[in-house]
Write a protein that binds this ligand. Sequence first.
Ligand code: HEM
Length: 446
Amino acid sequence: MPTAPGRAARPDVLRPARALARWSLRHGLPAAHLRRAARRGDPVARLLRDPAVRADPRAVHEQVRSRGPLADSALGPVTAAHAVAAEVLRSDRFGVGFDWSRLPRPARRLLAFGDDPAVTGVAEPPSMLVVDPPDHTRYRRLVSGAFTPRAVAAAEDRVRRTADRLLDRLEAEARRGGDVDLVAAYAAPLPVLVIADLLAVPADRVDDFLHWGAAAAATLDPGLPPRRFLAGDRALRELHGFLEAHFERLRRDPGDDLVSSLVAARDADALTDRELHAIAMLLLGAGFETTVNLLGNAVVLLDAHRDQWEGLAAEPERWPDAVEEVLRHDSPVQITGRTARVETELAGRRLQPGDRVTVLLGAANRDPAVFADPDRFDVTRADARAHLAFSAGPHYCVGAGLARLEGVVGLRALTERFPGLRVAGRPERRDLVTLRGVEHLPVRLR
Ligand code: HEM
């Protein structure tokens, strides 16, 4: 931010203290509560606290399911049932907004990034993910035009060209011999380059985006240790600094991209600065932090089910079904939640306004009431598309069409270029709760 001539910028000496206070409200207190509950054996607390449980969450999901369609947990009511999850996500009796008015005013200000108008978090208002209508409807209207089926179809060539460019580099790597980390070399850069293109941000910042995105993704999780929370906080500030300059560039030289249209909406007072920042940040982050997991999870699953890999090579028109099955079986977004807006009934239970329901998307996508033999990975499954991996209702993923396209084009191109690709070591899982994916995936290309 430029400083008026003759006046030195005053360092914000209270910023670290405010960040720590925010950490204790958002993470420290919940972490202590979850730790105690995990020790008592609470399945949701164990899922949230223990990476080994998350690596294979089937037993915990079953434990929740066995307690009924809406079970009690350390986080309050929780569901692993597909029908209840779909009802909660679609019903206007539930919203995404946490009832901030329940908190004292100073706590509200701390949680909403203090007074800084240009810095917002992924899970704090006005992030679209946690805002209800009418504001949410206004945001969706401004972005949805860029993700219509027509707009997505028009992006197909660009996605393919980007994938081919990355695969050329991988091929050169393969000639040198040795193993390659497929996440670093392909699964992560592909969606970053695609979303950067869509938002007209320079592709040479890819490494920065990956860094900011990973740190921001972690801030979705409850009970983060202070070091990771503060790293996320710093990364978000850097990202917003970058966005500020990006908006200015597009203000001077607008294009026909989504961010130029959002900047124009800001200048026509259809958005505030804070809303502009929140929308652009979410599009950028959500645009790749999830799709990288789809690509990585797919390669792990297909490598473990080689017959299905071979089947897709023989019948590539089946890739769209395979992508749906990966989304169902290993959902990149595992958890979300909703807040009751009114007194209401859910799965036979009475809920009060403000009550929070945790939705285990990954478990709902393995609900035996909907999917036969749900733990079996089967790309020929006819009803895989009934999954809730993109959520449902008003917050249904804006980028679902683009993500599906990247999955189909990216995986098909990879497996056609390297039909003999094999996973060459133990995939390292991302240490995240909300998102499920691999951090490192060593592969042998030939
Ligand atoms: C495999 C990839 C993806 C998965 C699994 C995924 C999943 C999700 C889920 C589950 C939600 C809703 C969360 C909730 O209901 O609480 C969501 C929302 C969202 N996603 Fe995606 N997503 C993916 C890719 C993308 C891409 C490529 C974009 C591109 C910009 C994107 C942009 C968004 C946005 C902006 C929202 C907020 C929508 C709203 O709150 O109204 N996502 N996504």
